[in-house]
Write a protein that binds this ligand. Structure first.
Ligand code: A2P
Length: 273
């Protein structure tokens, strides 16, 4: 199951998140995930687990073309030359010839280097080293600036998204500009979201788990969720969400959970190194 990016490349509809796994944890988890059928794996330079992800990919016995590996540039490598170096370091740690999706991890507006960084990303795509390029945690104003100054819009914006923080306006902006929304912390970090009565009700009604109901909500918004789990049984259930659907009325009940409940950093102020 894939979604088409604006650059014509297909992206799997759901993937495995790997934060906050270390190299060993990521190695184990990604090996399990690929054997269960996951094809999209999400990592980042700042997670410190790219080598573990790469080791699992190398052992997977799945053709490289059938996998979709995403990594992200860390804040210390903003700027054109530094971004080129950061990419090369990530690529070497992953042990890959190319990555499928390369993201600017945070905009860091205080440093004001994300436009130059994006020029490097455009060149990496031209060179085929990053098949698709995108951003993470960017606001519409920041993405508009990328388009105005470089002529290139991101194919993906990976942002915090879960029923408690549903990002309605941002998703509408993405839809208008043909940008795929990718959801980090899609399960709200496994917090009380999964205990919400409406989620429990829908889980009972569909004979599914609360996590499956929440992941189905993402899919029906058109977003690409990347739930993290270190447990094969949870990985299996998180991927098993393509054979049922929520009704419009059930989606409307889920929408009532939106409470501006951001769990992570704010793109306008977050500082990441
Ligand atoms: P674990 O790794 O122990 O399975 P998010 O992706 O929103 O950040 O959520 C990840 C958190 O949710 C992790 O703590 C993970 O724990 C937990 N989690 C992942 N899948 C499930 C599931 N199917 N049911 C309950 N908790 C889950």
């Amino acid at each position: 199951m894939t979604i088409m990016l604006c650059d014509g490349r297909p992206m799997p509809r759901l993937g495995l998140g790997t934060w906050p796994m270390n190299d060993d944890g990521a190695h184990q988890a990604v090996r399990h995930a690929i054997s269960l059928g996951y094809r999209l794996i999400d990592t980042a330079a700042s997670y410190g687990n790219e080598a573990g992800v790469g080791a699992a990919v190398a052992e997977a016995g799945v053709a490289r073309d059938d996998l979709f590996i995403t990594t992200k540039l860390r804040g210390s490598h903003h700027g054109y030359d530094a971004a080129m170096r950061g990419f090369e370091e990530s690529r070497a740690r992953l042990g890959l010839d190319y990555v499928d999706l390369y993201l600017i991890h945070w905009p860091l507006p205080g440093r004001d280097l994300y436009v130059d960084t994006w020029r490097a990303f455009a060149d990496l795509r031209e060179q085929g080293l990053a098949r698709s390029i995108g951003v993470s945690n960017f606001t519409p104003a920041q993405m508009r600036r990328l388009a105005e100054e470089t002529g290139v819009l991101p194919a993906v914006n990976q942002v915090e998204l879960h029923p408690g923080f549903a990002q309605r306006e941002l998703r509408a902006w993405h839809a208008e500009h043909d940008i795929v929304t990718e959801s980090w912390s899609p399960l709200g970090r496994g917090s009380k979201l999964l205990d919400e009565p409406v989620v429990a009700d829908l889980a009972a009604a569909h004979a599914r788990t609360p996590a499956q109901i929440v992941l189905r909500w993402h899919l029906q918004l058109g977003a690409v969720p990347i739930p993290k789990s270190a447990h094969p049984e949870r990985m299996r259930q998180n991927l098993d969400v393509f054979d049922f659907s929520l009704t419009d009325e059930e989606m409307a009940r889920m929408a009532e959970l939106d409470s501006d409940g951001r769990l992570g950093g704010d793109p306008d102020t977050h500082v990441e190194l």
